[in-house]
Structure formats: C-alpha cells, structure tokens
Design a protein around this ligand. Sequence first.
Ligand code: C2E
Ligand code: MG
Ligand code: MG
Length: 587
Amino acid sequence: MQDYREAARLDALHQLKLLDTPPSEHFDRITRMAAQIFQLPIAAVSLTDKDRQWFKSRVGVSHCAIPRDKAPCSQVAETRDVVVIEDFATDPGYADSTLAEHGTRFYAGAPLVTKDGYGLGALCVLGTEPRVATPEELAALTDLAAMVMEQIELQHAFGRIDPISGLPTRAQFRDDLADLALDCPGQARIAVVADLARDDQIAKIVGAMGAPRLDEMVREAAHAIQGALGADRTAYHVGTTQFAFLSPPDVDVQAYVALLEQGFQAIRATSSVRFVTNVAIGMRPFRLGEVVPEDVLRGAASAAQDARRNDGAIALYSAARDTEMRRHYDLLQDFGAALEADDQLRLVYQPRVDLATGRCLGAETLLRWRHPELGDVSPAEFIPIIEQTALARPATQWVLEHALDQLAVWQAAGLDLTLSVNISAANLMEADLIQRIQLALIARQLRPSQLEIELTESAMMAQPEKALAMLRELAEAGIALAIDDFGTGHSSLAYLQQVPAHVVKIDQAFVRGLNAAWGADYVLVETMVGLLHKLGRRVVAEGVETANAAALLASMGCEEAQGYWFARPLEVAAFAHWIEARKALAA
Ligand code: C2E
Ligand code: MG
Ligand code: MG
C-alpha cells in the first residue's frame, strides 16, 4: 500500500479513539452473532494498527492483539474486500503465519470501511478445521461488518466526541468506565477532573475576545493534557472547560498528587495557554464497579470545586462534601414541588421594634420550608441554592403574594404594620419585578409604603450597576428599600451612598457580641450608626439577643431593633398574640 494512503488510513483510525479502549457490549453482541452464524468458536472486531491487529471485541480468544504481519485482517483492511482462507495449511500466503502456527485453519473477514473509504480492519471468524464459506454466510458477515461500522461512526458522531476539543465526551467517559468495570472489577483507580477556569474568567474571555478565542484555548488545553497523558491514556472533555482522566491502576494517592502537580506545572511552563495557570484539580479515588460512573465524575468535579474555593491547586474528594452536594441537589429538585404544594412552605414574622418607644413598627417576613422527608430546612441553607437558579423568581413571587395576603388580613383587623420581604440578587434582573410588586399591592388595596424590600449588600455587589438602576426604579415607584446584612458585603461606601435605601440593617455578626460600652463590637456598631445617620439613613440592628444590647443600641441612637430579645420569628397566630401582649405592656 502506498505510504501516504496508509498514513491517512492510520490517521482515520486513530482519530476514532477506539484503540486500547475497553471492550463494549455494543460490539460484543455483533461479534457473538458472527460466531453463531458460522458455527465457529472464534470471532473478532479486529482493527489494523501500524504493526498490530488490535481487537475491539473478541469471542474465543484471550489476547487483545496479534502482530499485523501475515494477519489476513490486515489484507482485508488494505484491500477493503472480503477475504476467505479455506485452509491455512495449503494457502501460500498464510501457511507460515502466526495464526497458522497456533492452529488456525479457516478464516473469513469482511472489511470495516469508513464513509471516507478507509479500511479500518475486519469483522472476522476463525476455525480450527478447513471449511468453505457459503455466499449466504459471507453476505451475513458483510452485513454485520456494516453494523460494526455504524456503531463506530455513531459513537464517534453522537455526543461522544466533543467537536471543539476532539476529545471523547462525558457520555463516553461514563460508558468507558462501565465497560472497564466489567473488565477489571475491584481495581483501584483515581478519577481526576481538571477545571481550567472560573466561570467569571470564562465570561471575561468570551466578553473580551469572543467565543472563538475560548474554543481555541480549550483546544490548546485539551492538546496539552492529552499530550501529557500519552497516547495510551484518554483525556475526556466533560464540561466547557473541564477535562477528566483516570489514573493507572493501584497508584498511591499522595504520590499521584505530586505527579499531577508536576505534570500541570510542566504544562503551564510550556503551554501558551495562560488559562491553565488557574487550573483546579479534583481527585476521586474509587474501585471499578463499586461506584456508579456518574458519581465518580461528580465526586471528582466537586473536589475540583473545593480546590477552586480554597484557592488550592488540588483537592481530594470528601464523602462529607459529596453528601452535602447531594443534599443541595435534592433540595433543588424538591423546591419546585414545595412551591406547588400547600403544606410545605409558610411564612413567619419577626417583629421590628422602635428602640425609643418600644412600639412594634412592623415585621420581617421569613420563609420556612418543611420538607416531607427531610423535615425543617433552614432558609440559610435552601435560599442560597435556589437563588442561583430559575426558581428564584417563583420563590420571591410566592413570598410576596403570601406576605401581602397576610398584611391585608392584618390591615382589615386594624393593625397598622410595615412588612419587609427579602429578595435575591437574581430578582433584580427580572425586568417585570417592579410591575409584579405594584400589581400585588394594588390587588389587595395596599399602599407601596406598607412594603419594604430587603436586599443584602453582597447581593447588590453581584452586579452593582444593574442593581443600582433597578433599585432606583423601585424607589421611584415609592417602594421602600433596606440594605440587609450591612457590614459584611465588601461593598464600598461610595457605592452604598448611591443606593436609594432609606433603611440599613446592621448585620447580627456585630450586634450579637454587644454587651458593654467598650470593645471592638461596640466601637464598630457605634461608628456604623454614626456614619449611617450622617448619610441620612435609618438604622436597624439585627440579632439583638439581650436587654443590654438593646439598651446600648438605644443609647447610640439606633432607631430600630430586631432579635430574639424582643421576639423570635413568629407564626401568624403567635404574632397576633405578641402584638396584643406588647400593647398591654405599653398601656
Ligand atoms: P436575614 O434576612 O438577615 O434574616 C434574619 C435572620 O436572623 C433570620 O434567620 C432570623 O431568624 C435570624 N435572627 C433574628 N433575630 C436573631 C437573633 O436575635 N439571634 C440570632 N442568632 N438570629 C436571629 P432565618 O429566618 O433563618 O433566615 C436566614 C436568611 O435567609 C435571612 O437572613 C435571609 O437572608 C434568608 N431568607 C429568609 N427568608 C427569605 C425569603 O423569603 N426570601 C429570601 N430571598 N431570603 C430569605
Ligand atoms: Mg432580611
Ligand atoms: Mg440580615
């Protein structure tokens, strides 16, 4: 065969990334069928590599490869024709071949030909007795070879090779892992996930240089990682900028950490991808067949996230973290149903008290979730999870509608209160948020001033400019705004000064330790109150747990307080009782 033609053929074969992959049932069932049709003990899907015939699938043979020299499959690949050897002993070309030496007398092979016309190898059957092949048998073998090719091309085309990096995908990783587990159950391996960049870095690259530049970087990184692994190991492209691979069997975890560190350092030193300097690596040791493939990958990916969060380069999978991630996932899955159900979500109300007069001015609305299996789940746990998703919108809408329903009931009963409702950063990006709030107020004949929207300082900082624009519109609509958790959000005073919030709530972190007129907390809170007053804001202290703290805050001129000292967040009925008792106290 001409050299260039053979080089192109080999290239086509290697591109398919089939060589040295584990056996697969998709192919094995076709091979078994070929053996059955011929009533012969041996059959194989045999691929013609540079100097070997490698078996992707085999029946009746234990080895994975034989030398290419004098292998009839090689002739099938080269000629792309059916080859039949009725008796090796009398065949001049094959009488002294390896197969003949091992007792093979009969061979029939049908070519595996790609759409581009490259012969990859053969679907072949072998026997230990001389025989002939009928035209019907050869037609069946040819049909089965075509099915093998369809399987190969299907695997290659359909979600199995990433079009950007050219590497096998997450789906392929799963399948390969399952096949590997069948081949070597119990073998110890480490799954490694390398995450190249943080989401915001990706967004920046795409924003500044366009998506093609990101593709180029991903391609370069893929090439570098695959290069470092070598030709006999596979790197998988499992997420936009995430790659995965498996360690060799039975490596020592600590030694492998060191090896990976070295490997990635080398990539960094030689690659033009500046990108990989931010690589975070997660490792998940496991035994083949003992952990389902999807969990293996998720475990390694969650370790990579841990590495990223801790600014470390490499992190090892932790079962505790995995349990946590799984719980996150479950909560996210179940929250949608909670919004639909009528017995899972409810609101509680925590009074806000005027420090000068002791009067209750209003309450903060706080969401509660009783999960049917997990029991009470704190909003501090589920809100941060759902507010990252599309559920942020219906969740806020649910709270708003139910809070205003309650406010209308209290108003009808003669209670004059202001309710505050917490919203998430994501809600600010909803173009119709203000309209929805206004509609909800009008439908219940409530005034905008009876509602206050609380937004944390850190939520504003997620997208400061957009947040500011939205908050200004909110203020123009006459809806009051409070900055929540003040002092913990890393915002600048220059920014906060522009936020049209009438109220600022000092975070409990500063208030809880307040028990004497000295100490760091005292100085901090007093300074904050003074500063906020100078900026014309009304100050609410959160987390007031003692009479002492309430008195100190009053002496600083802090207007309002909220906390366990006055009341815990209360159910509707308890809230009404609390108000009555308080009135009696004041009277
Ligand atoms: P937040 O808005 O700062 O609410 C105050 C939290 O402090 C509440 O926790 C309240 O129960 C607690 N707290 C009040 N007084 C004291 C006290 O004296 N000592 C202590 N240790 N804690 C006190 P909760 O209800 O668990 O809510 C936690 C967070 O979850 C809230 O913090 C808020 O950010 C979020 N959240 C709650 N409900 C909603 C909601 O409907 N929507 C949104 N977007 N977030 C909500
Ligand atoms: Mg709040
Ligand atoms: Mg707060």
